[in-house]
Design a protein around this ligand. Structure first.
Ligand code: 9UX
Length: 95
């Protein structure tokens, strides 16, 4: 069993375009407390609800610090990102 799983970029927009969005904004978040694919799904779901967010990718590091990348068409409110992580039940940490 691996404790490091790359869960790829998924387009959350309604567009049928197969290519990844050429998002204007990319934010890298560090998140602790995630240990399985369901954790990943929860984080992605919450972040995807933020206005402008087009795609979310998660590099899960179970028992460590996972790296979450958010692609958005519009500028992202940093507090909204933190709130989404907390809403999902995890902790955003600083580098
Ligand atoms: Mo998986 Mo994550 O069973 O908090 S949902 S560990």
């Amino acid at each position: 069993m691996t404790d490091r799983i790359q869960l790829g970029l998924t387009d959350v927009s309604a567009s049928a375009t197969p290519a990844a969005p050429a998002s204007a904004v990319t934010e890298e978040l560090l998140v602790t407390g995630m240990t399985c694919a369901h954790c990943v799904a929860s984080v992605r779901e919450e972040l995807s609800e933020i206005d402008g967010v087009e795609a979310v990718s998660v590099d899960l590091v179970a028992g460590g610090t996972s790296h979450v990348t958010v692609h958005s068409a519009t500028p992202l409110d940093d507090d909204a990102l933190t709130a989404a992580i907390e809403e999902a039940g995890y902790t955003r940490v600083s580098a």
